[in-house]
Design a protein around this ligand. Sequence first.
Ligand SMILES: O=C(O)CCC(=O)C(=O)O
Length: 270
Amino acid sequence: MNDIEKYEFDRLGYLVLPALLGADEVTRLARAIDELEAHALARVAEPPRKKSAWGPEYHANAEKGYFVSGERKEGSTLIIEDFFNADPAFDFLVNHPQTMDYIGGIVQERPTINNSEVRIRYKGNQSGTHMGGPITGKYRYSYNAKGIDCMMVRMIYFTHDVSPEDGPFCVVPATHKSSLVSPYGTTDADAEPGMLSLPVKAGDAILFTENLRHGGRSIRSGRTRKTLHVGYGPFWMKSQNIATMDEEQSILAGTLARYTPEQRALFRSW
Ligand SMILES: O=C(O)CCC(=O)C(=O)O
């Protein structure tokens, strides 16, 4: 992470990273996402169920080690958490050198992965706006004598282009530093003043602090939007997936067996 990127991340709360992934990597990931979507849609209503501490109920898939909730219909989302267990095609994103260079630049304690989700958003869907303003605890942004000191941050990887009509990720820049809570009284990502859409190309990624006010614009094009979201933070932070909130990371023995020691350390919370 160079000095300009650090300056911009500190100033705005996010970075758009063009072509972080190569064309072959994008193709492999897109195929794995499509296969996982089909597998999860066929099972989303089945037992066994897992009730999240935050409310929603998930299907817990023992075979592939993921948790899924949602449905495929206009206006809806399908969220597949702990996707790293599901397919070795995702393995190269664990300890991905360019990603870890950015994470090392903004998380001061030993970083681990605390969140992994495939987010599949169907026509008309929107991700409501959340965060921004004064935040303490596990989602806060701060700066100290050693530099940027983030708690939870997220990297979003894009395996297809997302135009302004395709429900782009969106942010209210610099709200990670705001002393005030948003006064607009809305979580509608299309309506909130100051909201900026971030259209991207396949292979791009977006890095942001969870403290930043963010969401996803409504999909007006009719195209389904599919993204990979990976959360990082200090090692002591437990899972930030909704299904397993604040539990140990849900990583299968078979997944860890595929990994190098460096990859395994990214799921160790001690
Ligand atoms: O990409 C989106 O639609 C919203 C994503 C989001 O809110 C997140 O990753 O925290």
